[in-house]
Design a protein around this ligand. Structure first.
Ligand code: TPP
Length: 543
C-alpha cells in the first residue's frame, strides 16, 4: 500500500473477499489511498478505466481471485483498448492451499493474460513491493496498459515487506527525423491527405498542433471512431470523427490517397460482414505513421509544426452553437438536442447511448468545451462505471453518462457507488425497451429467417425495466421523462443540483421494421451513390 501511495496511486476501486482482507486492513494505515467500494467487479474495472482516462495515471483495482477478475474482464478489455493504465491487485489462496483445489481455486493468470501485458504472482513478502513497483511501471507505459499483480494470502499476511521506490518515469521517444521528413513530404504533396488522430492526439496541445498542420497543408483532420478521450466543443479545432457503420466510414474516407496516423491504427470495420471488405481505406491509399502508441505524440506533432512552418497557421475553430430546446413527445434525438442546449462548460460526457446517441455529436459540437469518453473496446457496460472513475478523477467537473437501457443493465450497480461517494454524475438511461442496434446488425449481417423468436432476443420489454425504481433503490434521485419538456427540465435540475441523478428517457425504438429494411437498402447502395449524394450523407453523419 505504501509503495503504491508513494508512486502516486491514490484510488483503489475494490470488491474484496477473504483472500484480500490483509490488504483491506492496511487501508487504515495509509490515508493517502482512497478506497471506493463497488458492488460488481465490472464497475471497479470500468471506474479504473474512467479514472485513468481523466487523471492520466493509474488507479488500482482490488479483486477476488480468478472469478472476481473474470467479472472485471469486459471493462478491463475496454481499458486495454483505451490504453488506460490500470493496476489490478488480485488476491489468491495461500501457496500451500492451492493443491487442495478448494472452492475458489482457479487459474488466475490465464484469466489475467487476456487483457494484461504484465502478469505476476508475487512469490514472497520480501519481493512483493518490488513486484508492485514493476507492475506499475508496466501499467504506466507508455502506452498505458493493464497490469495484474496476483497476491497470495500468505504473501500478504507474512512479515518482512519493505516499501519499494516508485517506478522511474520513462521518457517516450519523439518521432525520428526520417518519420518527420516522410510525413512532411506527404502533407506538403499533391495527394488528398488526411491525418487520423487517436489516443493522446485528440486533446490539448497535440490537437492544436495537428489542426495547425492540417490548416497549413490543406489536409483533412479525422478522429478515430471510438476515442478514449476527445476534447471538443466551441473554440477547439473542428474534427470529423469516423462513423461506426463501415458503409458510412467508407464514404468519409472515399478519395483519400494518403493517411497519416497519429496515435491511431488504420481504420477497419468493427465487424466483418459477408461480401464486404474489412479495411475501410480506399484501395491504394498509402498509410504513414507520424507517432505510435509508445511515442511522445505531442512533441512529435510540435516537431512537425516546426518542420512545416505551421506555427502561425490559423485552423478554423468550431463556432459556438446550441440547438433550441426541443418540444413535444420525447425521442432520442430530442433528448440529444436538450443535452446540446444545456451542456455545461467543462463537462465530461461518457457516451454509451448506442443508437440513441446517433445525433449527439452534431448537437454538441458547438457546445462549450467538454471531454467525450467513448466505448473503446465495444464491450458494453462501460458507461456508468467509467462515469464513476471520471467523477472521482475530476471532482470539480460535471459528469454526464449517457447509456442505452441494455448497456446500463450490465453494470447498473455503479449507481450505488455514485450515491455512496456523492459523485456529481447525471446518468441518462435511454429506455427504448430494446437492443435496438442488434436489429440493425441483424439486417447488416444478412441473417435470414429471423422471426418472432429471433426478435424476442432483442426485446427488453415484457417486463419493462423501471429505471426510476432501480435508481431510487440504489440511493440515486431518479426521474422519468416522456416529453421533451420533462426531459429538459429534469436535465436542467440535475445539472443545477450537485450529486448523482438519474433520468430515464423513455424513447421509441426508431429502428424497427420498415425503417430497418430501408436502412439496409441505403447502406447497400452507398458505394454506388453519386458524389453529391454521398457528400450529403456524410454531412448528416459526420460527428
Ligand atoms: C459485453 C458485451 N455483450 C454483448 C454485446 C453485444 N451488444 C452490442 S450492442 C448491444 C445492445 C445495446 O442495447 P442498448 O444499450 O439498449 O442500446 P440500443 O441498441 O437499444 O440503442 C449488445 C447486447 C457487447 N457489445 N458487449
Amino acid at each position: 500500500m505504501t509503495t503504491l501511495a508513494d508512486a502516486g496511486v491514490e484510488v483503489c476501486f475494490t470488491n474484496p473477499g477473504t483472500s484480500e482482507m490483509h490488504f483491506v486492513a492496511a487501508l487504515d494505515a495509509e490515508p493517502r489511498m482512497r478506497a471506493v467500494l463497488t458492488l460488481f467487479e465490472g464497475v471497479a474495472s470500468g471506474a479504473a478505466d474512467g479514472y485513468a482516462r481523466m487523471a492520466g495515471k493509474p488507479a488500482a483495482t482490488l479483486l477476488h481471485l480468478g472469478c472476481g477478475l473474470g467479472n472485471a474482464l469486459a471493462n478491463l478489455h475496454n481499458a486495454r483498448k483505451a490504453r488506460s493504465p490500470v493496476l489490478n491487485i488480485v488476491g489468491d489462496h495461500a501457496a500451500y492451499h492451492v493443491k487442495y483445489d478448494a472452492q475458489l481455486q482457479s487459474d488466475i493468470e490465464t484469466v489475467a493474460r487476456n487483457v494484461s501485458t504484465f502478469v505476476r504472482t508475487s512469490a514472497s513478502t520480501a519481493t512483493l513491493c518490488q513486484d508492485a513497483a514493476q507492475a506499475l511501471t508496466a501499467a504506466i507505459g507508455p502506452p498505458g496498459e493493464v497490469a495484474t499483480l496476483i497476491l497470495p494470502a500468505d504473501v500478504s499476511w507474512s512479515e518482512g515487506g519493505e516499501p519499494a521506490a516508485p517506478p522511474p518515469a520513462l521518457a517516450a521517444p519523439e518521432a525520428g527525423d526520417a518519420a518527420i521528413d516522410a510525413v512532411a513530404r506527404v502533407l506538403a504533396g499533391e495527394g488528398r491527405t488526411a491525418m487520423l488522430l487517436g489516443g493522446r492526439a485528440l486533446r490539448g496541445a497535440a490537437l492544436t498542433a495537428a489542426a495547425r498542420i492540417a490548416a497549413r497543408c490543406g489536409a483533412r483532420l479525422l478522429a478515430e471512431v471510438f476515442p478514449a478521450r476527445m476534447e471538443r466543443g466551441a473554440g477547439l479545432p473542428a474534427i470529423e470523427r469516423l462513423a461506426y457503420l463501415a458503409e458510412l466510414a467508407g464514404v468519409q474516407l472515399n478519395g483519400l490517397t494518403d493517411l497519416v496516423l497519429v496515435d491511431a491504427k488504420a481504420p477497419v470495420s468493427f465487424f466483418a460482414y459477408p461480401g464486404k471488405r474489412s479495411e475501410l481505406l480506399p484501395e491504394g491509399c498509402r498509410v504513414h505513421t507520424l507517432a505510435g502508441f509508445d511515442q511522445d505524440v505531442a512533441a512529435s506533432l510540435e516537431r512537425l509544426v516546426e518542420r512545416l512552418g505551421a506555427r502561425d497557421a490559423k485552423p478554423e475553430p468550431q463556432a459556438p452553437a446550441r440547438p433550441a430546446r426541443p418540444r413535444g413527445k420525447l425521442t432520442a434525438e430530442k433528448a440529444c438536442k436538450a443535452i446540446g442546449a444545456l451542456l455545461p462548460a467543462n463537462a465530461i460526457v461518457v457516451d454509451e447511448a448506442q443508437t440513441a446517441g446517433a445525433t449527439l455529436p452534431a448537437f454538441t459540437r458547438g457546445a462549450p468545451r467538454h471531454d467525450l469518453l467513448t466505448l473503446t473496446g465495444g464491450a458494453i457496460g462501460m458507461g456508468l462505471p467509467v462515469a464513476v472513475g471520471a467523477a472521482i478523477a475530476c471532482p470539480d467537473r460535471p459528469v454526464i453518462a449517457l447509456c442505452g437501457d441494455g448497456s446500463a443493465m450490465y453494470t447498473i450497480q455503479a449507481l450505488w457507488t455514485m450515491a455512496r461517494e456523492r459523485l456529481d454524475v447525471t446518468s441518462v438511461v435511454f429506455n427504448n425497451s430494446a437492443y435496438a442496434i442488434l436489429g440493425v446488425e441483424l439486417q447488416r449481417v444478412g441473417a435470414e429467417g429471423a422471426g418472432a423468436r429471433a426478435r424476442a432476443q432483442l426485446d427488453l420489454g415484457r417486463p419493462n425495466l423501471d429505471f426510476v425504481r432501480i435508481g431510487e433503490g440504489m440511493g440515486v434521485p431518479s426521474t422519468r421523462a416522456t416529453t421533451a419538456r420533462e426531459f429538459t427540465a429534469a436535465f436542467e435540475r440535475a445539472l443545477a443540483t450537485p450529486g448523482p441523478h438519474l433520468i430515464e428517457a423513455v424513447v421509441p425504438n426508431t429502428l424497427s421494421g420498415l425503417r430497418l429494411r430501408l436502412l439496409r437498402r441505403v447502406l447497400n447502395a452507398l458505394p454506388s451513390l453519386p458524389q453529391s449524394m454521398a457528400a450529403a450523407v456524410k454531412r448528416r453523419i459526420a460527428p
